[in-house]
Design a protein around this ligand. Sequence first.
Ligand code: SF4
Length: 421
Amino acid sequence: MASERQIQVGGVPIGGGAPVVVQTMTKTETADLSATMDQIGRVAEAGADLVRVAVPREKDVEALSRIVRESPIPVIADIHFNYTLALKALDAGAHCVRINPGNIGGQDKVAQVVDRAREVGTPLRIGVNSGSLPKHLHSLEDENPVEALVTAAVEFVELMERLEFYDFKVSIKSTNVSNTIASNRLLSERIPYPLHLGITEAGTKWSGSLKSAVGLGTLLADGIGDTIRISLSTFHAEEEVKVAWEILKALHLRERGPVLIACPTCGRLQFDMDSVVAEVERRLEAYEDPIEVSVLGCAVNGIGEARHADFGITGAKDMGMIYSRGEPLKKVPTERLVDELFAEIDRYYAAGKRVMRDEADAAAASAWLAEHEDVTAMTPERMAALEAQAADASEDDGASSERIRLDEALSPVAGRRFTRA
Ligand code: SF4
């Protein structure tokens, strides 16, 4: 369930029903002001609501007050092991300080950090990682890693409550996607505080994005999670922000920028759609409005499932077509498809978001479409539509109104784990 409590990080609300907040972490040496500020600028432009910086040394905390002053978005200081750095980060004006109460040097040190946070009115993030659980939970971790993670987090929450401090969010992170899902589900039922979600050390841009989409997407779809950070092995922190947004957009949790739809292609494709889609995606980054743009590999289906797209293109060998909201706009040579698509999009904005249609061009495009459409072709889209129709029909006649459900306990593979080399 969604968190009941809400905190404010530099004016950005987290939890209590607020939109899911996107954050990332800089990868520069924090004390290198110019590199750090450059990266903060790039992540802010990519849509980060918050940015975290690592503060492992004195010189980093010395740079912090200037970073906080100059950053366009609130700054979270990430501290491990050294409670004096946490105190200094609070004094430097960090909008939030992340500590792991298990490695900060004992409960009295945690209490000192909490006292200072209360004095300056700054929230904390208390984080628990699968790699750094307190010693007394190590045997539980061997038996039940999920319960161990949740127990550690709840113990830290209880410590905060004993200190009468409630201005914090909580994270439990694991490199294991299913443990991250299970532990956050459990934790969300046990505490009312906002949850920070992430898969720790998720991997490269490719595998890390997928793991994060599965882990965080599953939780977010359940309404669990108030702020997310995607961890990718790349120096370009803005890539993490872009992935976070794609997850939120896919779940319709937040809107930002255009939505690109592209068919998966098949043997009917007659032009270089790979390059076309990449180019369309690149050029769409310049637009902020959430318009929907579609790229179809052929016109055999007509405009079909792309009917709702604000703009779209479909191509054949030498000629292609631009359409808008289900209606053909114009036909153009394939090599000019992308340029003409963006010319139409720009014309739409220049006209105050009105689609500009030239009747003669539209008639020529409709004739081209009629020539290339084949209503008898069994395309992937038509097969999917037929399957959906068949499923609806069998539900309507009542014969199978009871949906088949998977029962894990009855599964022949229940409790087994598979690995694949
Ligand atoms: S039939 Fe469908 S998947 Fe195949 S190229 Fe055409 S639009 Fe793309």
